[in-house]
Design a protein around this ligand. Structure first.
Ligand code: A3P
Ligand code: MG
Ligand code: MG
Length: 376
């Protein structure tokens, strides 16, 4: 189409990276006013196929269908000390899912750091970009980066920021800055065999919970065949479905792209009920729930930002056997941690993110290329 064939814009000539420092507050920082957040609206979708090739469509969208014998029980908020977890109830032996299956045959995802290129291509192909002046989009970025902003004030184990920002036509595009240290860290993670196996469990769980077609629209025999097929098909983590959406956090209007694991159904208005899939080690009382509460922050931030209302958690034992499943509502997560000593406060997170976004916009006032990192 005409936009794709148009000559590329003149290169941005402003050199000299500007370093912006964003001090990170402590979780017990002074409370401030609430931050208004707008419900995300989907603008476009795109997919990566099994070969990692881009398609401006929903071809890689998957539908929730748990493995036979498992059902996702609605999670309970419980008390603060033990957020929740009823005793696990694994299905009988023939149904038990070992997430290690076909580990040696899997195709890993392209690589750790996702460039902005494909989000931009999704915007262009979806006729969402160039933005018209009235829309006033301040920031374009990936959901993963916004998640970092959101988690920063309450996450003790986060990695620092190394971000790049480009201001073009009044909009600030924020992407991850790939440093040598980060690349080395990625490499180290890949050579940690226990870690690599846990990453695989996450992907295998995703694969075992979805079908290519809405299960309700399948004949029983086709569904049984599809269930059998996914048990015997190696995982391909290259295939992905992505949603492009707009939302507003404080004064900043954002357009973001996010990978979405699957959906439950489509409402009459055509809006999809998206679902985030997660694995976690089985958290059984009276154990320590600290790590789980910290992970809930990241799950909440990730799902909240993209307007994903439902999270299906697969609990696995130390050997990667799926022993339980739970359905959580994104909006319930803050309540599950409230009252515990290490609770995180969603409003503190939103205040910080709104402020950080404003600071980036302020610093990146003129057209050009910038480097954003935090004050250490
Ligand atoms: P789990 O989250 O169940 O461990 P996502 O949940 O964001 O859709 O990601 C799907 C899976 O990709 C994860 O499953 C995990 O296996 C892997 N993954 C995602 N982010 C990762 C990271 N930063 N490091 C290692 N693995 C990651
Ligand atoms: Mg995912
Ligand atoms: Mg997931």
């Amino acid at each position: 189409d005409h936009r794709r064939n148009a000559p590329p814009p003149a290169p941005i000539v402003r050199a000299g990276p500007v370093i912006l420092s964003i001090p990170v507050p402590t979780p017990d920082g002074a409370p401030g006013p609430p931050v208004a957040v707008q419900q995300p609206t989907e603008l476009a979708v795109f997919s990566y196929d099994q070969h990692g090739q881009f398609h401006a469509d929903a071809s890689s969208l998957r539908y929730w269908h748990p493995p036979a014998g498992y059902s996702a029980v609605a999670g309970q908020a419980g008390t603060a000390g033990t957020p929740f977890l009823h005793p696990s109830h694994p299905p009988p032996e023939p149904h038990l899912i070992d997430l290690n299956a076909q580990f040696d045959q899997y195709t890993p995802s392209a690589n750790g750091i996702e460039p902005l290129d494909n989000l931009l291509r999704g915007l262009v192909d979806g006729h969402v970009w160039p933005f018209n002046a009235g829309k006033d989009v301040h920031v374009v970025t990936l959901r993963g980066i916004a998640t970092k902003f959101l988690c920063a004030p309450c996450d003790n184990h986060r990695d620092g920021w190394e971000l790049g920002a480009v201001r073009y036509n009044g909009t600030v595009f924020i992407h991850e800055h790939v440093t040598a240290a980060r690349r080395a860290n990625e490499k180290a993670m890949k050579s940690d065999s226990r870690r690599a196996r846990m990453v695989y469990w996450g992907y295998r769980f995703e694969q075992q919970c979805v079908l290519n077609t809405l299960p309700a629209e399948m004949a029983e025999s086709d569904r049984v065949r599809a269930e059998e097929e996914r048990r015997t098909t190696p995982v391909n983590a290259k295939a992905q479905f992505c949603s492009v959406f707009t939302t507003k956090i404080g004064s900043t209007r954002l357009v973001m792209g996010a990978e979405v694991d699957c959906c439950l159904d489509t409402t009459a208005t055509g809006k999809r009920h998206y679902v985030e899939l997660k694995t976690n080690k089985c958290v059984c009382p009276p154990g320590d729930h600290r790590a789980w509460r910290a992970k809930l922050l990241r799950i909440w931030a990730q799902s909240f930002l993209a307007g994903v209302p439902t999270i299906m958690v697969g609990f696995r034992d130390n050997d990667g056997v799926l022993v339980d499943m739970q359905e959580l509502s994104t909006s319930d997560l803050p309540r599950m941690v409230r009252g515990s000593a290490d609770a995180w406060d969603p409003m503190a997170c939103l205040r910080f993110a709104a402020n950080a976004l404003e600071k980036v916009r302020e610093a990146v006032r003129e057209e050009g290329v910038y480097y954003v990192r935090e004050e250490m």
